[in-house]
Design a protein around this ligand. Sequence first.
Ligand code: ADP
Length: 369
Amino acid sequence: MTEKKEQPVMPVHRSLFDALFYRAQEAMLVLDRGLNVLLVNNAALKLLGWTEQDITGKPASALVLEKDLKEFFEMAELTAKNGVMRNCRFYLLTPAKSIVRLFLTAQALKDPSGAVNGFCLSLSPVSPDEWSALKDPHVFRAAARKLNRLTSVGQLTSMFAHDIKNPLHVILSTSELLRAQEDQPEQVRSGAELIERNARRASKIVKTLLDFSRSGMCRLEPHPVESAAEYAIELMDSSLKAGKVKVSKEFGKAPKVFLDPNYMHSVIYNLLNNAAQALDGAPSGEIKVSSGWLEAEREVFLTISDNGPGMESAMLENLFQPFFTTKENGTGLGLYLARQIMDEHGGRIVVGQSPEGGASVSLRFRKTV
Ligand code: ADP
């Protein structure tokens, strides 16, 4: 029997880690379970202005504004529960106590038994202009509308998504092939797996954008909301059955509204999908789809509610943020695009708690027939 050659695993791992973490362009911090800073990379030091000695071993809360501490702890717990929380708007502090505005993504780190033993935070800075546009929904909406008129975002998105679909497909299939080759070193296979996972997520984003941009601008026509709901429920039917989710319908009397069926099917389908994912195959999982007329508001409503875990307060401010997600494979585009589309319909979305304690998302239409 030939003896196995000793592999210089550690130095290779070390230099790979240095390349991926310390010299990465993305600013990153690693925290332990108690939220103390274990590691910080060069990009994060540059972004926040601290030195490595300043923050290593210190509580990460030292980087957080007093008023945001509660939200920070809630975000950490949410990340521990879901595994990931992507693209939350957040502020961090510099040594001079000035504020850096950024999008924060937190990934839970787990030990071999699956217990969360830390977090990896990645930070991407946002310019003050982008920030105020994101903070003020009116500025953002006005800008989006202007862009829509000028370039027809739908068409642009769809062109972009088509163009990017093919190269992504090549990346995905090549990484799949590489991972499947048994004779590849573990390091190559795990690298291929990482590429594959990320390419899959990018593909999903592209698919969502394509689904939503199918018909370019919204073309509104008189339509009953309940038939749009029925159509989307039918599309979901097989996956709802597979997940053993019960769907109940309660359609009240309401006038027809002006809607674009193509877009609205995508919106409702996404909301149903979110509710089904929140229920995660729970045996008593139930989705309620209801519609009707609200006399006081003079609006037609279509509400999708579930008896899942509901939405935690740390999430509410970020829900309509593009790319915000707490799912490993989420795109974070569902609610963002839903709001854009409801805007185009002259309507709105109201998010709340269902009577059963889960989430309730209500589409409200003002333009009735
Ligand atoms: P995605 O589903 O790709 O994550 P969305 O924009 O549709 O993107 O949703 C953003 C986030 O809102 C989800 O990641 C999830 O945390 C939360 N969410 C949406 N719907 C529900 C729901 N019905 N129950 C609980 N959380 C929800």
